[in-house]
Ligand binder design. Structure first.
Ligand code: NAP
Length: 269
């Protein structure tokens, strides 16, 4: 292969519109001398993900937070990460060839999970959720670095990135955050705030240099469910979960006219 070989990975979910969009896109890109690899190629210059936000998140996790820029074609429902629609393929290729785009860098939240035997790491572009594995109240002691914040009681907590602020976080009453800001949002799931248990009922927002340290009360919670971008992981006897904004990133390719707040208005109002 010559040095100027330009490879693109196309990843599509299996709905009919996505598969048809993939076929058309492949044909058009090949006309412009791009190579569309059969298998995911780590030397590709771009990933095109066809589907909804769910497909976008799955692609990022399946290929382990690739460093290759990624653009989404929305054939899903909401398509908040997705940049273009199937009828904008020509416009996209034209602008891509001209270099008429920008790259939005999104940092993942990392959860370092310390159990009796082992340290485990999970990453979320949207969020990491922590909840009881059973239909029981969960009790979580939260510190910000070494400063104790609260003993949370309720269904659980969500630690959302700015990119994830419009997802589950928003349904829980959390704030929408401009992704140009670097911060993490701790959003409660059904917090109990009575004379028996006292938990903050609103989100708490912390700067990126702070580590959120969560100590589950293992007398009640033997097994805890940790959810990264909708994917479930179970751990027994967790001693501590540390969460912070990590250097693991996703590079999202945006066309020049992309504006976060225009998108928020279009999708939510
Ligand atoms: P899913 O069915 O893939 O997603 C649920 C909805 O969230 C879909 O409409 C999806 O858009 C949208 N979404 C995902 N990321 C978004 C973002 N950054 N901004 C705005 N909307 C976004 O659900 P899943 O597989 O369980 O989990 C994937 C994500 O969905 C999670 O990371 C979580 O944030 C979110 N979720 C939300 C709720 C809720 O709001 N009650 C519950 C569970 C999970 P598309 O339609 O384009 O796929």
């Amino acid at each position: 292969m010559s040095d100027n070989t330009r490879i693109i990975n196309i990843v599509a979910n299996d709905n009919a519109l996505s598969l048809e969009t993939k076929r058309v896109l492949k044909q058009r890109l090949e006309k412009d001398n791009f190579i569309i690899s059969k298998e995911f190629d780590n030397n590709a210059e771009l990933i095109i993900c066809i589907g909804g936000d769910g497909s976008f998140l799955r692609t990022v996790h399946t290929y382990n937070f690739p460093r290759i820029p990624i653009i989404g074609v929305n054939t899903g429902h909401l398509g908040f990460f997705q940049e273009i629609s199937p009828n904008q393929l020509d416009e996209f290729i034209f602008k891509y060839n001209k270099g008429d785009y920008k790259i939005q860098t999104l940092n993942a939240v990392c959860a370092e999970i310390v159990t009796k035997n082992k340290k485990n790491y999970l990453y979320g572009i949207n969020e990491i959720g922590i909840r009881s594995d059973k239909a029981k109240t969960i009790h979580l002691n939260i510190s910000l670095d070494d400063s104790f914040l609260e003993r949370f009681s309720g269904d659980g907590l969500l630690i959302a990135t700015p990119a994830g602020s419009t997802a589950y976080n928003y349904s829980l009453g959390g704030s929408i955050v401009d992704p140009r800001l670097n911060l993490l949002q701790i959003t409660p799931l059904a917090p109990i705030n009575t004379t028996a248990y006292r938990s903050f009922t609103s989100s708490v927002i912390v700067p990126p240099e702070i580590t959120i340290r969560i100590f589950p009360e293992n007398t009640f919670e033997k097994s805890i469910l940790i959810i990264s971008d909708g994917m479930e992981h179970r751990f027994d006897e967790i001693y501590e979960i540390s969460l912070y904004l990590s250097n693991t990133q996703v590079q999202v390719l945006r066309l020049e006219k992309y504006d976060f707040w225009t998108k928020v208005k279009r999708k939510f109002l």
